[in-house]
Design a protein around this ligand. Sequence first.
Ligand code: DAT
Ligand code: MG
Length: 148
Amino acid sequence: MERTLVLLKPDAVQRRLSGSILTRFEQKGLKIVGMKLVQASPELAAKHYDVHKERPFFGSLVSFLSGGPTVALALEGREAVATVRGMIGATDGTKASPGTIRGDHGLSVQNNLIHGSDSVDNAHLELALWFCPNELVSWTPVDQSWIG
Ligand code: DAT
Ligand code: MG
C-alpha cells in the first residue's frame, strides 16, 4: 500500500470544489488517512515547491498557494501515487484530458486546482512537510477486502 499527498489548492477551495474532488478519490477506493484545512504560510508554500525555485513563475506560485486555505489530504491505496496523478491529469488545464480533475474543471496552468505527489519518495517528503506523524491515521475500512 502506498500513501500520497494531495493538496486541494486555494482555487479549488474558493470555487467550492473540495467536496466533489474528494468524492472522486473516495469512489475510486482510496482511503483517507489524513485530512485538514491549512492556511499555508509563504514559507511552507516555498518549501513545497522548492524544486521550482529557479523558475520564473516561482514567486507567483508561492503567492497562489499561500493566498487562501488549502485542503491537505493523505490518501492510501494500491499504487496510490500513480493512480492519483492519473486522476489529476496534465499540469495545464487546457491539455488535461476530459475525465481528469484538471481536464474537467480548469483552463489555467498555475490555478490548476490540485497537487499530487509525483513519486513514492516525494510522497514521503511531502507528507512529512504537511502532516505531523500523529495526524495520519491507520485504519481498515469495512469494505477493504472488496476494494483490493
Ligand atoms: P504538476 O502540478 O502537474 O506536478 P509541476 O510540478 O511541473 O506540475 O509544476 C508545479 C506547479 O507549478 C503546477 O501545478 C503549476 C505551476 N506551473 C508549472 N508550470 C508553470 C508555468 N509554465 N507557468 C506558471 N505556472 C506553472
Ligand atoms: Mg509536480
